[in-house]
Design a protein around this ligand. Structure first.
Ligand code: HMG
Ligand code: MG
Length: 298
């Protein structure tokens, strides 16, 4: 591992904020994205082109994408669950999108109002249109290490959905531990099984930290070869359709661990910690991540 590098996908502005109860001004979201880019993050999931009735916090998706000034070397992927979302995203300037499926039938129905196979069928026209527009599509699989409704999810079920998304043309498959119930050996077994059907270099780990296992799980799957990690500044987040789901693993916790192991991320940890404090101040809540607390400005 030392001497290698990891690509971080910052999901704070989307996964981190989608579940916030209060209104967050669009200007605050934009400032967050700019600060994250200033700190050296180069993949920043900016918003979600989903139905505002389902996720009101992402209703300003068009304004966010339109206002974001392009920055060399920085990409702003967005969620697009259907053609309507894709068209709106592209019209607002998005150049990278993500579709999201689940390894659990019940979660799929709660989250996107259709079963797994239906959801994959619905993604087909999104993939086709994105290909025509030369827009790369990432594919998420939720509930890879447990489901709030069904409990244990077999690695086989994750591999099936991941393989379908990959075959449909997703350039990367992000494996979500949506409710953070995974532990390292389970995470290993799941990734080993998925890597039989999707090349390891095209897999990403998207682990929530509900049970405090995310860093351990990340280390376990990095040993297998995972080099793309999703994280959220200040550990913000949670999924509106996964009861009890708390935030993603905090980006600053991941960066601290990686830099400590001699792994490059391109991120300025001090600037990231400052951003974690800043956004928590804006949201009126204490900073939760261990590293941001330890490195709090005096
Ligand atoms: P539906 O109700 O089945 O869709 O929702 P529909 O096609 O019947 O449309 C219903 C209404 O929504 C219509 O409006 C559409 O126009 C509108 P009405 O006629 O009633 O006024 N609509 C849209 N509006 C804006 N943008 C769109 C869009 N599509 C339809 N793209 C749908 C299906 C997928 C749209 C809905 O279920 C939805 O938006 N779900 C979003 C759920 C979500 O965002 N969840 C959180 C993100 S996933 C996550 O957090 C997990 C992840 O982090 C990984 C992990 O941790 O595991 C990625
Ligand atoms: Mg998530």
């Amino acid at each position: 591992l030392p001497g290698s590098s990891v690509r971080l996908v910052e999901v704070g502005p989307r996964d981190g904020l989608q579940n916030e109860p209060g209104t967050i001004p669009t200007a605050v979201k934009l400032s967050l994205i700019e600060r994250l880019a200033d700190a050296g993050l180069t993949w920043i999931e900016a918003t979600a082109f989903v139905s505002p009735k389902w996720v009101p916090q992402m209703a300003d998706h068009g304004e966010i994408m339109t206002a974001l000034a392009p920055r060399p070397g920085v990409r702003y992927p967005v969620l697009a669950p259907n053609l309507k979302g894709l068209e709106a995203a592209v019209a607002a300037g998005a150049r990278d999108v993500a579709v999201f499926a689940a390894a659990s039938e019940s979660f799929s129905r709660k989250n996107i109002n259709c079963g797994i196979d239906d959801s994959l069928d619905r993604f087909a026209p999104v993939m086709e249109r994105a290909r025509a527009l030369d827009i790369p599509v990432r594919g998420y699989v939720s509930c890879t290490l447990g489901c709030p409704y069904e409990g244990e999810i077999p690695p086989e079920a994750v591999a099936r959905v991941a393989a379908r998304l990959h075959a449909m043309g997703c350039h990367e498959i992000s494996l979500g531990d949506t409710i953070g119930t995974g532990t390292p050996l389970k995470a290993r077994r799941m990734v080993e099984r998925v890597a039989e059907v999707v090349p390891m270099a095209q897999l990403a780990a998207h682990f929530h930290d509900t049970y405090g296992q995310a860093l351990a799980n990340l280390y376990a799957v990095m040993e297998l070869g995972i080099r793309t990690i999703d994280a959220s500044v200040a550990g913000l987040g949670g999924c509106p359709y996964a009861r009890g789901a708390s935030g993603n693993v905090a980006t600053e916790d991941v960066v601290y661990m990686l830099h400590g192991m001699g792994i490059d991320t391109g991120v300025d940890l001090a600037a990231l910690v400052e951003t974690a404090h800043w956004i928590c101040g804006q949201l009126g809540r204490p900073v939760n991540s261990r590293v941001a607390r330890a490195m709090a400005p005096c």
